[in-house]
Ligand binder design. Structure first.
Ligand code: AMP
Length: 302
């Protein structure tokens, strides 16, 4: 089943202890779409400026990514700059320039409106809601990601949008900020009152945790000796997670658990190299090999 995503397509300036890039193709929707397209066709809704070249757009070609919903406008593409600490666990945002996203009014192509799986990747909550409202029927799963930038600047809009989603997928510090609870289980209970019935907390090198009314499920992060650039790990996790669910058309507990593993697999590949470099040359066989490795990693007898 096809999967609809709205979110940022961006140019990023990245600095990590492993190097520096001035203009890497990035954006939450870009990482998400590339990761999810290994599992299912993806319909992309976003906007880019006239500095976005045919060469940049090649990232979407030769994959199952439909770009009819990718609007082009006069002006500059969304720009984000970030710097990582020595151990890659902390990052500071140095710049966020919305540029063409500031006046974006998304119009969903007719063929996108029947989407049953929807991912509202990181972008202004009012844009996320606008896209969700253009989908004809209530989707099987609507999931949302956001970040501190929107929690702080657009809190009321974000809370309004959250009323309409099933799964909230954010990192641990954002979970704490949004819920004003330090403990993640208490935070989950708080977030369930806002609308979502499932919370997926992305915890970087500590893996990810899913909480719903049935209980808690945890996956580790794949142990890597030399991660280079954590940018897009969360979006790639979301792409693997939602891509797997949409590809199989289900949302049972067993499917959600497998989706957590595929999310972790895609996130682990994303951090191996700068920007989208690793996902660009990733093969389906490598994804499945790493998923099998995950199964070994977590197996034990009692
Ligand atoms: P992640 O590392 O998964 O949090 O995602 C990083 C990506 O999100 C980068 O490629 C950025 O271009 C994009 N990004 C950063 N800040 C924002 C924001 N405020 N809204 C939307 N996208 C953003």
């Amino acid at each position: 089943m096809s999967l609809l995503v709205v979110g940022s397509v961006a140019f990023d300036a990245l600095e990590s202890p492993y190097g520096k890039v001035e203009r890497a193709l990035g954006g939450a929707a870009t990482y998400f779409a590339v990761a999810a397209s290994f599992f299912t066709p993806v319909n992309l809704v976003a906007i880019v400026g006239d500095d976005f070249t045919a060469e940049d757009e090649k990232i979407f070609r030769g994959r199952h990514i439909d770009t009819e919903g990718l609007e082009r406008a006069t002006g500059k593409t969304f720009f984000w700059a970030g710097r990582y600490s020595q151990n890659l666990n902390e990052r500071v945002t140095l710049a966020t320039e919305l540029n063409v996203f500031a006046d974006f009014k998304p119009r969903l192509p007719e063929k996108y409106r029947a989407s049953q799986f929807v991912f509202l990747a990181n972008i202004a909550p009012e844009l996320q809601r606008d896209v969700l409202h253009q989908v004809k029927k209530r989707p099987k799963i609507a999931a949302l990601d956001t970040m501190n930038y929107w929690i702080e600047r657009s809190n009321a809009e974000l809370r309004e949008t959250l009323k309409h989603v099933d799964i909230l997928m954010i990192n641990d510090s954002e979970t704490r900020e949004l819920s004003s609870e330090h403990n993640l289980l208490r935070a989950a209970r708080h977030i369930f009152k806002m609308g979502p019935s499932t919370l997926v907390v992305k915890r970087g090198e500590y893996g990810a945790m899913l909480v719903d009314k049935r209980g808690v499920f945890c996956v580790p992060a794949f142990p890597l000796e030399e991660p280079h650039d954590p940018t897009g790990a969360g979006d790639s996790f979301a792409g693997g997670f939602m891509g797997y669910l949409a590809g199989n058309g289900e949302k049972s507990d067993a499917a959600l658990r497998r989706a957590m593993v595929f999310g972790s697999v895609l996130g682990s590949f994303a951090v191996e190299q700068f920007g989208l470099d690793r996902l660009r040359r990733l093969k389906r066989s490598e994804i499945h090999a790493r998923a099998r490795h995950f199964s070994k990693l977590t197996q034990f007898k009692l």
